[in-house]
Write a protein that binds this ligand. Structure first.
Ligand SMILES: Nc1nc2c(ncn2[C@@H]2O[C@H](COP(=O)(O)OP(=O)(O)O)[C@@H](O)[C@H]2O)c(=O)[nH]1
Ligand SMILES: [Mg+2]
Ligand SMILES: [Zn+2]
Length: 335
């Protein structure tokens, strides 16, 4: 695992640079000098955090201070250079960062009926938003009858994105995944529960570290039944982040990120008869003509979700400034 010089510059005397391998709100475990240590978030950091998204998550580089040989205090979360985040379930305008400082997102789907184009589009939007390179990994090739057709479908929805067909069970095709995981690269495994994320991780590691199969995992809110690690270092010097299967992947992306995933829509829109065509019922719509109906529907849905999210964020920002102004007012009056 490596980090830039700017990361080092953010570390103060008495602090050391560590990487979070699993987080649970105010507690975490970090990798530091080859060891895995218990960590707690410093009170000042907790107090200053405006939202849960500012607390350490798996993949974060953190400035820590040693409290005793087994325990460190996390004093600072270094600026994230990329991330995969979703909208926190049931919370307005609240971000939940699933993994920080990630280069590659392996979007996994099982070829045993789990493959879903709409889910891939959603993940692509998250990756785009977070500055992460997506790669689609279609798993369970050993039991798939239609791997070729599924690969074609994936290529259609994930334009310009690498699509790999593998079997984590037999190892077929896994070399192509391995090739992505060079020294210093951090990758995250994303996909539904049962897609084979943990099986692939174990294969890449050549060891059974991650439990697979029937184990019920948390939904990513930090409630882990087992105290498993999420970030694992591979022999190559890459880091791989396993995530629990998410039941819900609510969008955390701007309208621009969504539009980028559906770039053919923007390309065709130039040919619509009306400049402000909404591609719903206008005559002479090149988009409705040229884009598959289900894909277009998916685009409209994600765009609405992004719009709603940006509305929520604006509202939040407004309340933040109102609270700030109120604090300043009382401070002045108190003099
Ligand atoms: N046939 C087949 N089964 C697989 C493959 N990869 C994983 N599985 C099985 O799928 C189930 C779920 O795998 P797991 O790695 O726990 O999925 P996760 O929830 O994404 O971590 C387990 O029973 C695995 O043995 C594969 O390539 N082929
Ligand atoms: Mg798993
Ligand atoms: Zn149109």
């Amino acid at each position: 695992m490596s980090f830039g010089n700017d990361a080092r510059a953010q570390v103060r005397p008495g602090q050391e640079l560590a990487r979070v391998c699993v987080s649970q709100g105010e507690r975490a475990r970090v990798l530091l000098g080859g060891a895995e240590l218990e960590a707690v978030v410093a009170g000042a950091l907790l107090y200053a955090a405006e939202s849960a998204a500012e607390l350490p998550v798996t993949g974060d580089w953190v400035a820590v201070r040693r409290v005793d040989p087994e325990l460190v205090l996390i004093e600072r979360v270094l600026e994230r250079r990329s991330k995969i985040a979703r909208r926190a379930p049931g919370r307005r305008g609240e971000e939940q960062v699933l993994a920080a400082n990630v280069d590659v997102a392996l979007l996994m789907a099982g070829l045993d009926g789990d493959f879903n184009r709409r889910r891939i589009e959603r993940y692509l939007a998250l990756a785009r938003e977070g500055g992460v390179t997506p790669v689609v990994v279609l798993n369970k090739a050993d039991v798939a009858e239609d791997a070729g057709a599924r690969r074609e479908e994936a290529r259609q929805v994930a334009r310009g994105v690498e699509v790999l067909v593998v079997s984590a069970r037999t190892g077929a095709g896994c070399g192509a995944v391995e090739a992505l995981l060079a020294h210093g690269v951090t990758a995250v495994l994303l996909g539904s529960s049962g897609a084979g994320k943990s099986t692939l991780l174990n294969r890449l590691l050549g060891m059974e570290v991650q439990r697979t199969g029937a184990i019920r995992e948390s939904d990513g809110r930090g409630r882990h039944t087992t105290t498993h690690r999420e970030l694992i270092e591979l022999g190559s010097g890459a880091a791989l982040i396993d995530t629990p299967g998410l039941r819900e992947v609510q969008l955390w992306a701007s309208e621009e990120s969504v539009a980028a995933v559906f770039e053919e829509v923007a390309e065709l829109a130039g040919e619509c008869r009306y400049r402000d065509c909404s591609h719903t019922r206008e005559p002479g719509c090149a988009v409705r003509e040229g884009v598959d109906a289900a894909r277009l529907e998916s685009f409209q849905k994600l765009r609405r979700e992004a719009e709603r999210l940006s509305g929520e964020l604006t509202e939040k920002q407004r309340w933040r400034s109102i609270h700030k102004a109120a604090r300043q007012f009382y401070k002045l009056r108190g003099r």
